[in-house]
Write a protein that binds this ligand. Structure first.
Ligand SMILES: [Zn+2]
Length: 455
């Protein structure tokens, strides 16, 4: 998709990103931020406004609008081609735009799985033609995500498209040796491996066989799989990203590993640090930081409240928030998983998350005084952009891409999945009062979502 060639002025906004919180105006040219004007810019802003093709004036928007960098999602399932009546590339992209997202990483479990360069390139080209978001398909680690043979990782990098992340999604790779080889390929490419850490393991299998309930064996699964991913990642020396942390133990494993890694870096000689960096990063989802197993029971633990990993205890939820506060968890990702009503009733795991992520996090973290809006912007924009190596977005600064969201902060509304752009109406937040609605999303200088025009 081409950048919008015209000139756009965004005037009189509170502008917030990971490092900034101030009033001002922005001139966008050729899809990029050209100038940021201070609140009292006066004649310079007047001159720029006279030459603008479009002016969006914050003063004409009710509800104390704030302008922030568009969000970056490290983890979504678009299910393109996967399920009748469910999500399509178009509906998921509309949902992302309506949720304030400008960049989305989608997992490889589309149908067919994204296990070849050709499949990743084709999906990316289809998304670019829609022009609503920037989509970065991951490539799976093994062919068909079957855990037997490496996918086309040895054909990478490729000048036409190299994934910014690799992942086997919910399965990881059962064989240690193959998982390690895939991680070594990732190190060669300098691309992080996203580990979903819900693969089984003998201990979890035994708990399953003995009839323990899901909350118990899935906790063993997540904790063991996280430990294993950290061990293998350390051996391979690749960048590792731990997806949707949900237990207090897994958060603690990552905290300890990060501390050890920082100590190692500090002890390295200059020659050793010349080696490409091995980074450890982690994400949490809005639902794990806002909901617990009690919500799952209310919704139906094996139907509308089911998600992988499951909603956990209040103690876990608070541990996830503490891990966000101390930097153990770097980013918030949706794990958007749309399903039909019938599939949910049949126990399909996952929630449709793109359109509530910002307001859930704003309500739970910022309104409750746990973090400021700049910290939320770091978690949802700057940090995930950094993990993907996308230095041209995630902040508001001259030269960066004009990807923005405009949200209203001082009024609330009930979450209403019926009005989602996503075909997955499976939201655990239905009927909950949420603050921080997305009013508008701008992608590469072009308005791609406007709530006032949207029904
Ligand atoms: Zn997932």
């Amino acid at each position: 998709m081409a950048d919008y060639r015209g000139r756009l002025i965004l005037s009189n906004f509170r502008i917030v990103d990971a490092e900034m919180d101030r009033y001002g105006s922005i001139l966008v040219e050729g899809g990029r931020i050209k100038t940021i004007f201070a609140e009292d810019a006066g004649s310079a802003l007047d001159r720029a406004s006279r030459e603008a093709d479009l002016i969006i004036n914050g003063r004409t928007i009710s509800g104390s609008p704030v302008l922030m960098p568009a969000l970056v999602d490290l983890h979504a399932h678009f299910r393109d081609g996967q399920e009748a009546l469910s999500e399509t590339l178009e509906s998921a992209s509309l949902a992302a735009a309506a949720g304030g997202y400008g960049t989305v990483v989608c997992m490889a479990n589309t149908k067919p799985a994204i296990d070849t360069l050709e499949a990743a390139r084709t999906l990316k080209a289809r998304s670019d033609a829609l022009g609503l978001i920037d989509l970065y398909p991951v490539m799976s680690l093994t062919k068909g995500m079957e855990g037997r043979e490496l996918s086309e990782l040895n054909a990478l990098p490729d000048s036409r498209y190299t994934p910014r992340m690799l992942s086997e999604d919910g399965r990881d790779v059962a064989q240690d040796a193959l998982f390690l080889t895939a991680m070594e390929e990732a190190r060669r490419l300098g691309v992080p491996v996203s580990c979903h850490c819900d693969a089984g393991g003998p201990e979890a299998e035994a708990a399953k066989q003995r009839g323990f309930d899901r909350g118990i064996w899935s906790r063993i699964e997540e904790n063991n799989a996280t430990g294993r991913a950290l061990r293998l990642g350390r051996r391979a020396g690749c960048s590792l990203h731990i997806a949707h942390i949900s237990t207090k133990e897994a958060a603690e494993f990552v905290r300890i590993e990060k501390a050890q890694f920082a100590a190692q870096i500090a002890a390295q000689t200059a020659a050793q640090t010349a080696r490409p960096p091995h980074l450890l990063t982690a994400e949490a989802t809005p639902h794990h930081l806002a909901l617990t197993e009690e919500d799952a029971c209310r919704l139906g633990a094996e139907s509308h409240g089911r998600v992988n990993p499951p909603l956990r205890t209040e103690e876990d939820r608070l541990a996830i928030i503490a891990a966000i506060l101390d930097g153990t968890i770097d980013a918030i990702a949706t794990d958007h998983a749309p399903h039909t009503q019938a599939a949910k009733e049949g126990g399909a795991p996952g929630f449709s998350g793109l359109e509530t992520a910002f307001s859930v996090c704003f309500t739970e973290l910022v309104r409750k005084g746990r973090i400021g809006l700049s910290a939320l912007s770091r978690l949802m924009s700057a940090a995930p952009a950094g993990i993907l190596g996308l230095g041209d977005r995630g902040r508001v600064a001259p030269g960066l891409r004009a990807d923005f969201l405009i949200a209203e902060l001082d009024s609330s509304r009930m979450a209403c999945p019926a009005s989602f752009k996503s075909r997955g109406k499976n939201s655990p937040f239905a009927g909950r009062e949420l603050w921080g609605a997305i009013l508008m999303t701008i992608h590469r200088g072009r308005v791609v979502f406007d709530r006032r025009l949207s029904s």
